[in-house]
Design a protein around this ligand. Structure first.
Ligand SMILES: *Cc1c(COP(=O)(O)O)cnc(C)c1O
Length: 404
């Protein structure tokens, strides 16, 4: 057996995550490893906390990144605020909502569930009905459901939570850093994201935030948090002023995360979100121009993760294999109920760019043609480019006609 290290291929990552990483983040990844109690490193952790507050839209003191991927943040949130017997309402409208439900059940909470058809948002009226029948301590749901491409409107559900005195636990894994968040104003008490989606660094860290109200709930638990590693009180003593050793925090990953957060700060949240929306609009125009359809109705489309219906007769695995082989391009397939029915195309962080939209539309059209499915490639490209150039081509053509 050859034991040499194969080079990782240079892919173009346009799936549900991980996504392409900015060269400055790669540079930060080459920082020397330093100790988790080194004053220079503790300063990095503090900066990460400050910058994360801005991205989450919160003033919560307990805001930083737990070790592990997004699922670790999910576990941290669920395990800290739920105790056996606690009533919780979980909204399931896709794969990740279902993961929340499973975790809540493993905490032996009393779980009520609202099941919504995949591809549709949760209906606030049903939340209201359920919470009236079964008052809950926590309403847990997903803001940006990566398995379906739905962005959940939050205003009404937040108002219902406020009226019924329930805390909201929100999965912002696919919105954090790509969609403007204002968790404090919305009244979200507990939330988690991850490092490798719109934030733009490698997988391995999961930003979390806990409000004072949520921390009071944690501090007055009847039973200790079932998960020692993710106990938020212990973690916050390491992140906060006390600097008590908790675990060997990865300086490598945290230096990269700090650089990614600085890139967000320099671009500005508003400009960054506008970029994500524009590239999403270009992609949708391109897809519809090709003659394909999106899964989700326009008002609920998630700009960071686009779900495209696979035309009848097209072999999903073969098409994605072709894109990877010929174009080094990774996109995602469907999960669960949507397996084989949709493609998931991520436009997040550094991957959300005009050139990626144009590249994807072109490669997809060819991959479909190879399977005998013809699309209108020039129509798709024209439509996408019209969004990218803000209709400049049309305007200038009209001007030329007027001058003649
Ligand atoms: C990716 C994702 C997760 C899980 O994150 P991992 O980093 O894969 O552990 C959780 N929720 C949503 C909405 C996601 O998209």
């Amino acid at each position: 057996m050859n034991l040499s290290r194969p080079e990782a291929p240079m892919r173009k990552l346009m799936g549900p995550g991980p996504l392409d990483i900015h060269p400055r983040v790669y540079k930060a990844l080459a920082s020397p490893v330093i100790g988790h109690m080194d004053p220079a490193y503790l300063d990095v952790i503090e900066r990460i906390g400050e910058l994360l507050k801005g991205v989450f839209g919160t003033k919560n003191e307990v805001t930083n990144a737990v070790p592990g991927t997004g699922t670790s943040g999910m576990e941290a949130c669920i395990a800290n605020v739920l105790e056996p017997g606690d009533p919780v309402l979980v909204c399931v409208s896709g794969y990740f909502g279902d993961r929340l439900r499973q975790m809540a059940e493993r905490q032996q909470a009393r779980v009520s569930v609202i099941e919504t058809e995949w591809g549709k948002p949760v209906d606030p009226r049903i939340v209201e009905e359920m919470i009236t029948k079964h008052p809950a301590k926590v309403i847990a749901l997903v803001h940006a459901e990566t398995s379906t491409g739905v962005l959940q409107p939050m205003e009404d559900i937040a108002a219902i939570a406020k009226r019924s005195d329930a805390m909201i636990l929100l999965d912002v894994v696919t919105s954090l850093g790509g969609i403007a968040l204002d968790l404090d104003n919305l009244g979200v008490d507990i939330a988690y994201g991850c490092s490798q989606k719109c934030v733009g660094s490698p997988p391995g860290l999961s930003p979390v935030t806990f409000s004072e109200r949520a921390m009071d709930v944690v501090r007055t638990r009847k039973t200790p948090v079932s998960n020692w590693y993710l106990d938020i009180e212990l973690l916050s003593r390491y992140w906060g002023k006390e600097k008590v050793y908790h675990h060997t925090s990865s300086s490598t990953l945290n230096y990269a995360l700090l650089e990614a957060l600085l890139l967000i700060h320099e671009e500005g949240i508003e400009a960054r979100c506008a970029r994500h929306i524009k590239n999403h609009r270009a992609l949708v125009a391109g897809i519809e121009g090709l003659g394909l359809t999106m899964l989700v109705e326009p008002p609920f489309r998630l700009p960071t993760l686009n779900t495209i219906v696979i035309p009848d007769g097209v072999d999903d695995a073969k098409l994605r294999g072709y894109l990877l082989d010929r174009y080094n391009l990774e996109i995602g397939g469907g999960l669960g109920a949507l397996k084989g029915r949709i493609w998931r195309v991520g436009l997040m962080g550094y991957s959300s760019s005009a050139q990626n939209v144009i590249f994807f539309i072109s490669a997809l059209s060819r991959a479909l043609a190879i399977q005998g499915f013809t699309t209108d490639l020039s129509g798709g490209l024209e439509a996408a480019m019209a969004v990218i150039d803000d209709g400049q081509m049309e305007k200038e053509r009209t001007l030329r006609l007027v001058r003649k």
